[in-house]
Design a protein around this ligand. Structure first.
Ligand code: C2E
Ligand code: CA
Ligand code: CA
Ligand code: CA
Length: 278
């Protein structure tokens, strides 16, 4: 936040100045990037932990700027959210992802669910529902193959979020709670939200084989999920040690570098071709 200087001038310390300049630049470039379609999608496999077979894929947006190079989502998504640019960008992401999923289904690969990240800003956009319906109709993707990942930030407006998520779910689309356990969520909120899946945050997976506390949290999530009849997936699995503990604790699905990094469309198609399961 800006400080009011001694003479009434606003002054910024240099770090703030740097940050806000970067932000202004990003905002400007982001607007252009949406018009110029400088984005593409990567897809990361989600697997069954006991068989290693593919059970889903998460679409992750990528920005390749002609001069600045690759810009990480953690950098530009927050800017897109603050400026509202996430709304047109999010619509493009949804459309591109669904088109791709249909393309793979029509090519004869066994269908798996496509997960799309949905910002809270998109969720509260009045146009969201018609947008989703249009994308499904235009691409021909059946809603059972679509899932939205939302974060615990939806808890901030529990009632409205619950209504909107209910409408999305009525279309036959699944809802997954991303980064579960990190936000200001209370387990009791879960009963009030129409949710199908909990996605265990990587921070609990990272040291699950080393720290009793992390394992206890994961066990807690697995047990509440069982009670509420929710699906669970662990995110950020990088090592066999983590996988072993998760499997022993009864977690059935996972995602992470141990299985695969996010893949380009071409790489993902190769992955589908080499897949031994169906
Ligand atoms: P997220 O939704 O929690 O996505 C998971 C992130 O973890 C991805 O980073 C993924 O590449 C990374 N990841 C997956 N497995 C591993 C692993 O084993 N180890 C480690 N260290 N990382 C792993 P990415 O693609 O950089 O995305 C970062 C965040 O940006 C996402 O977090 C999400 O919040 C946002 N984001 C990315 N794509 C989209 C999108 O299409 N729409 C929206 N609204 N947000 C997006
Ligand atoms: Ca996600
Ligand atoms: Ca996550
Ligand atoms: Ca996140």
């Amino acid at each position: 936040v800006k400080d009011q200087g001694r003479n009434g001038y606003l002054f910024f310390d240099s770090e703030m100045e740097q940050r806000s300049l970067e932000r202004i630049l990003l905002e400007y470039e982001l607007k252009k990037a949406i018009e110029l379609e400088q984005f593409y999608m990567d897809y990361q496999p989600k697997v069954d932990l006991s068989t290693g077979c593919l059970v889903g894929m998460e679409a992750l947006v990528r920005w390749k700027h002609p001069e600045l190079g690759r810009i990480a989502p953690n950098k530009f998504i927050p800017v897109a959210e603050d400026t509202g640019l996430i709304v047109p960008l999010g619509e493009w992401i949804m459309r591109r992802g669904c088109e791709q999923a249909v393309e793979w289904q029509r090519a004869g690969y066994p269908p798996v669910k496509l997960s799309i990240n949905l910002s809270v800003r998109q969720l509260f956009e009045p146009d969201l529902l018609p947008q989703i319906k249009a994308v499904l109709k235009d691409t021909g993707l059946e809603p059972q193959w679509l899932e939205f990942e939302v974060t615990e930030s939806v808890f901030a407006d529990l009632e409205d979020a619950s209504i909107i998520l209910q409408q999305i779910r009525a279309l036959g689309i699944h809802i997954s709670m991303d980064d579960f356990g990190t936000g200001y969520s209370s387990f009791s909120y879960l009963q009030h939200l129409p949710i199908d899946t909990l996605k265990i945050d990587p921070s609990f997976v990272r040291d699950i084989h080393l720290k009793k506390e992390s394992q206890a949290i994961v066990k807690g999530i697995l047990s509440i999920a069982e009670t509420l009849n929710l699906n669970v997936i662990a995110e950020g699995i990088e090592t066999i040690e983590q996988l072993t503990v998760l499997s022993e604790d009864g977690c059935s699905q996972g995602q992470g570098y141990l299985f695969s990094r996010p893949l380009s469309s071409q790489q993902f198609e190769n992955y589908l071709q080499q897949m031994q399961c169906n």
